[in-house]
Design a protein around this ligand. Structure first.
Ligand SMILES: NC(=O)c1ccc[n+]([C@@H]2O[C@H](COP(=O)([O-])OP(=O)(O)OC[C@H]3O[C@@H](n4cnc5c(N)ncnc54)[C@H](O)[C@@H]3O)[C@@H](O)[C@H]2O)c1
Length: 364
């Protein structure tokens, strides 16, 4: 089992990575001296696939035990889901000595984390990511929240988990589309980290997609190590350092909304990364050779992503309204070279539109 420590001053915690470690959940809870009154929030599909394993792990439960299954749809990252969670907690008399365990992908993790952050002003919680995307990204870093109206993640809080347990066994039942979506965030790290990580990713992309255990473990471990190091430097995205993790995301969020959430988050991140590379090059930040290398890598993934015709005008509007662009101008995280990130780069309408069209073209 691998262990990565997130050394936050206020709230240090560990990320455990391994195959089959979920079966030791009760021991892990004991070792970490966490509360024994457990409320579990479980992705409905994960529950139906892993029902027997879940029952085994929680039988007998260490204390009070209840669970709620949630259909992992973007529309369920909502106030009404929160209401269901709070109601279940209140009805079963859960107090501050409770432990919420979120088992699922980013949807369950985000809404579960926000419920933990707010119920009785904060209860302990464990993230158990069951998708590749949540393993390498959303389960780490403490961003929790829900969507409101048509705006993604607009209500939420920074609230760190007490533990993240990544059992790669869960990933074996992921549909290919979900694997590619997770690869989207890994591709982002490849551009951010450069060097050995980039080369390993480039060389082992096929093995990663086929969930080779060694490749998966190495990539997940190094991804969370990187993310943890960034989060420790800027837990609440105040100094700007953490913004680098939004590479590709201004385009991605707008495309996700424009497509009515029919594309997966990580799929739009791949498209957004392509657009960001083109924009970085257009603004004379990224060399032609790096643009070509990056786009060649993206082309290896593009046939997996199906997009419908895009409403470019709407995407541009959405990007201006992105919560990361407070001043109603386009602001991007761009690359000044692989591994060299710039934040809050302003860009003109024509250049943004050009980069958007070039990026999208790869997927048409
Ligand atoms: N908090 C953060 O820092 C952060 C970062 C990135 C993304 N996100 C959020 O994460 C969400 C996307 O999360 P996601 O891509 O992890 O997935 P998801 O939660 O949307 O789940 C994707 C699909 O996979 C299914 N699934 C989950 N685990 C499975 C398994 N083991 N086997 C088979 N099927 C399984 C789910 O039922 C669902 O149909 C978005 O809402 C996004 O905004 C949050």
């Amino acid at each position: 089992m691998k262990k990565v420590n997130v050394n936050l001053n206020s709230y240090p915690y560990s990320i455990l990575i391994g195959r089959g470690i979920f079966s030791n959940l009760q021991e892990i809870i004991n070792e970490n001296k966490l509360h024994k009154n457990i409320f579990c929030l479980i992705d409905k599909s994960v529950y139906s696939i892993y029902k027997k394993d879940l029952e085994k792990v929680f039988t007998p439960p260490p204390g009070k035990f209840n669970f709620l299954t949630i259909d992992a749809k973007e529309g369920n990252k909502s106030l009404s889901t929160l209401k269901k969670i709070y109601t279940s907690l209140v009805v079963s008399n859960y107090g501050r000595d409770s432990l919420l365990i979120a088992i699922g992908g980013g949807i369950i993790g985000d809404v579960g984390g926000f419920a933990a952050a707010t119920y009785t002003r904060g209860i302990r919680y464990i993230q158990i990511p069951s998708t590749l995307l949540s393993a390498v990204d959303s389960s780490v870093g403490g961003k929790t929240g829900i969507n409101f109206g048509s705006t993604k993640n607009i209500v939420g809080s920074f609230y760190q988990p007490n533990l993240v347990i990544i059992d790669i066994n869960f990933l074996s039942t992921l549909p290919k589309r979900e694997i590619i979506s997770g690869v989207g965030e890994i591709l982002k790290y490849a551009f951010l980290i450069k060097g050995d990580y980039f080369e390993y990713f480039e060389k082992n992309l096929d093995k990663l997609i086929s969930l080779d255990e060694n490749v998966l473990t190495k990539i997940i471990t190094e991804s969370v190590e990187y993310k943890a190091a960034v989060v420790v430097k800027d837990e609440k995205e105040e100094s700007g350092i953490r913004k680098i993790l939004n590479l590709g995301h201004t385009f991605a969020h707008a495309i996700e909304v424009e497509h009515g959430h029919r594309l997966k988050h990580g799929e739009t991140v791949i498209i957004g990364l392509a657009c960001s590379l083109y924009l970085s090059n257009k603004l004379n930040l990224l060399k032609e050779t790096e643009l070509t290398e990056g786009i060649d890598l993206i082309k290896k993934l593009s046939s997996n992503i199906k997009i419908k015709k895009m409403d470019y005008k709407k995407i541009l509007e959405l990007m201006k309204r992105d919560k990361k662009s407070k001043d109603e101008v386009y602001k991007f995280v761009l690359l000044n070279g692989f591994g060299k990130v710039l934040i809050d780069v302003e860009a003109e309408n024509n250049d943004v539109l050009w980069a958007l069209k070039q990026g999208v073209k790869l997927f048409s």
